[in-house]
Design a protein around this ligand. Structure first.
Ligand code: FMN
Length: 157
């Protein structure tokens, strides 16, 4: 399978997850790992699967990640699969407790990217995933790199 992984990352956590996913998948697939800044000029015509990742900021993907997906040609996803992932704060780390409800109810980047990928014609059959950081800027919580690898393996199994 030819897989492109496109990610945005402000503090480096989403980049680490994207790299872990790439390292998991590249044994059995052709994998292109692209920062979103380099992805605008890339050609996705020949890929089978596009994986897009972004930090969750203000309940949504970064503007750059959203603009990347929105800027893809109409219906480019026809005949291709798309999957989204994000990084986000762990609810346990959010204080005071009522704020947890607000953050969770506000939503996450991966769900919004998933919807955007559907609008571009991608078959979104995988499970969008959120990987946890400590506090607002990271680092990643223990075990999230391994969880990302297992998640990636399950998406293309
Ligand atoms: C301005 C700002 C807004 C954020 N908004 C959210 C949010 O709505 N929900 C959430 O779970 N995490 C939120 N976070 C935490 C980010 O998800 C976290 O910084 C991100 O996972 C780090 O990824 P990166 O290192 O790739 O930039 C926010 C962080 C910042 C700095």
């Amino acid at each position: 399978m030819h897989i492109a992984i496109v990610y945005d990352s402000i503090f480096g956590n989403t980049a680490q997850i994207a790299k872990a996913i790439a390292s998991q998948l590249e044994a059995a697939n052709t994998v292109q790992l692209l920062n979103v800044a380099d992805a605008r000029s890339a050609d996705f015509a020949g890929i089978d699967l596009l994986i897009v990742g972004s930090p969750t900021r203000g309940f949504r993907p970064t503007p750059t990640a959203a603009e990347f997906v929105e800027g893809l040609p109409a219906n480019i996803g026809a005949g291709k699969r798309g999957i989204a992932f994000d990084t986000r704060m762990s609810l346990d780390d959010i204080h005071p407790a009522p704020l947890r409800w607000v953050v969770d109810a506000g939503g996450y980047a991966a769900d919004r990217i998933d919807t955007m990928l559907k609008h571009k014609g991608f078959e979104v059959s995988g499970t969008p995933a959120g990987f946890m950081v400590r506090g607002t800027e990271g680092p990643l919580k223990d075990g999230e790199i391994e969880r990302a690898k297992s998640w990636a393996a399950a998406q293309v199994a």
